[in-house]
Write a protein that binds this ligand. Structure first.
Ligand SMILES: Cc1cc2nc3c(=O)[nH]c(=O)nc-3n(C[C@H](O)[C@H](O)[C@H](O)COP(=O)(O)OP(=O)(O)OC[C@H]3O[C@@H](n4cnc5c(N)ncnc54)[C@H](O)[C@@H]3O)c2cc1C
Ligand code: SF4
Length: 481
């Protein structure tokens, strides 16, 4: 019998969207794959046919040994399932929650391919590790031996944290620097709480701190301390700074009052969720309550914005995207979630101008209908305007979610020798993960461009392995001299 993933979301103390009291819409909603936890995890795991051609595993960037932990779960051997899962991932419960599984492991599931609905791999992965935390199976970091060498990691996102976990577990001294007041990178200040609860991230960083990783938070490397200084203090450096320069909306009115960058909006919402007072939220500037909201963009960031606006009690939420549904970069599952929650999608539509009220402030978005033309060099069909198809959308709040580019790191770090590629990402030797500067490595979005958490974890692990090799070679060389 085909089993479809039934995504449901509930607010604390309430079971269905229909039962929601509108006054509580600002509260936290947790996405729960309700039907697939507990006993259902065993049931789901039993659906794995152990096909012997584990496309799920090859479609997972971490190469997680999915068939094995599904079999162990099906047999009720949860602790062993957890151990197999943790052997290849530093945060399985995070990936289980937020990986776009439809494009990764579950997309490769042969049961899905044969039309019977995928085994819900992500939900089982999450269940296994949440259970491990609850039952005390997640071990503290206790290195077998202490090594004298030290590593500075710049950036406490998933790439930096995974590398810190690997290197500290191997016995190195690790210091993580981050310009934010909390560790976690986009796991804390980008991805909303309804997709990834902050406690889930914080228990991971606490485990690192308890295991001897030093966190230097509120330190902007390049501003508060130079990269040159860090190189003097540490034996190796990992740059894992992510990408944060928002792409701009090139239309008249894009600087109007009421037009905001996606990350400013999401950071404010996440800070409020963490109990931090945010003036721009209290003043209403970054609060969507009772507003007509238009979000421009079609990626996962845009999906997070529309779904956050719904939870803040917006009057209407529209997502404007210049291509069609099939060609949007965001996960289809996220679109389905957003639609279920009341977001309207205006596909094949592009903004021409933000319209302003007399006294200032956005009042609408002038837009035009698009069609998909010939494929460009990248193979994607280029959107083209349809003459005379202008229309207007009401909007008191416009959120720009057009993607991110890297900041100018060589300038910020005052290191012109740090080589970057055409689009500004840090260039590395892919065999060693080392940048153009000796002993300086890089991983995550700053190398790959805006990507996924699972790739950041993978690259953090790979960089840690390369750093270990580099440091061991350094010791061997020093002994030989
Ligand atoms: C809104 C949003 C939603 C997303 N949703 C998903 C999702 O559902 N699933 C998914 O898989 N991926 C998602 N992503 C992508 C994912 O979050 C990133 O790919 C991932 O976090 C990249 O990890 P990273 O460690 O490379 O960088 P980041 O997570 O960006 O962390 C980089 C860290 O470096 C710090 N830093 C930067 N410069 C400096 C400096 N000079 N000095 C000190 N510290 C510095 C930053 O403060 C930050 O903490 C989303 C991204 C966004 C923006
Ligand atoms: S890490 Fe992501 S892709 Fe890999 S098994 Fe887990 S959910 Fe699937």
């Amino acid at each position: 019998m085909a089993q479809q993933r039934m995504l449901s979301f509930v607010s604390v103390g309430q079971e269905t969207p229909e039962k929601r009291d509108p006054s509580e819409r600002r509260g936290d909603f947790y996405e729960i794959y309700k039907d697939y936890i507990g006993d259902k995890a065993n049931e789901q795991s039993s659906r794995c046919s152990q096909c012997g051609v584990p496309f799920c595993q090859t479609h997972c960037p971490l190469g997680n040994n999915i068939p094995d932990w599904l079999m162990l779960t099906a047999n009720g051997r949860l602790q062993e399932a957890y151990e197999v899962s943790a052997a290849t991932s530093n945060m399985p419960e995070v990936c289980g929650r937020i990986c776009p599984q439809d494009r990764l492991c579950e997309g490769g599931c042969v049961i899905e391919q044969s039309g019977h609905g995928t085994v819900t791999i992500g939900a089982v992965e999450r269940y296994i590790t949440d259970t491990a935390w609850e039952r005390g199976w997640v071990q503290p970091i206790r290195p077998m031996r202490e090594l004298g060498q030290s590593i500075a990691i710049i950036g406490a996102g998933p790439a930096g944290l995974s590398a810190a976990d690997q290197l500290r577990s191997a016995g190195y001294r690790v210091t993580v620097y981050d310009r934010h007041d909390r560790a976690g990178g986009l796991l804390i200040y980008g991805i909303p709480n309804f997709k990834l609860e902050k406690e889930v991230v914080e228990r991971r960083t606490k485990r690192l701190a308890d295991g001897g990783v030093t966190f230097r938070l509120g330190v902007d490397v390049g501003k508060d301390i130079s990269l040159a200084k860090l190189r003097q203090q540490h034996d190796a450096i990992l740059v894992a700074t992510g990408v944060y320069k928002s792409r701009e909306l090139e239309t008249p009115g894009s600087g109007a009052k009421g037009v905001h960058k996606a990350l400013d909006y999401l950071i404010a919402s996440n800070r409020v969720g963490l109990g931090i007072e945010v003036e721009d939220f209290s003043s209403g500037k970054l609060d969507a309550k009772a507003k007509n909201v238009v979000v421009i963009g079609g990626g996962d960031t845009a999906m997070d914005c529309v779904r956050t606006a719904i939870r803040q009690g917006a009057k209407s939420v529209t997502c404007l995207y210049r291509r069609d549904r099939a060609n949007m970069p965001g996960s289809q599952r996220e679109v389905a979630n957003a639609e279920e929650e009341g977001v309207k999608f205006d596909w094949l539509a592009s903004p021409r101008a933000v319209l302003e009220k007399k006294g200032g402030g956005a009042k609408g978005v002038k837009s035009i209908r698009m069609k998909l033309g010939l494929a460009d060099a990248s193979g994607r069909q280029a959107p083209e305007e349809i003459d005379g198809s202008d229309f207007e959308l009401k909007a008191d709040m416009v959120i720009k979610a057009l993607g991110f580019d890297p900041e100018d790191l060589p300038a910020h770090f005052s290191e012109p020798g740090l080589t970057v590629n055409r689009w500004g990402g840090v260039k590395i030797d892919y065999r060693t993960m080392m940048t153009s500067i000796d002993g300086v490595f890089a991983a995550g979005d700053i190398v790959r461009g805006a990507s996924l958490v699972v790739w950041a974890i993978k690259e953090g692990r790979d960089a840690a392995a390369s750093i270990e090799q580099y440091l061991r070679a350094k010791v061997t060389r020093a002994a030989a001299e």
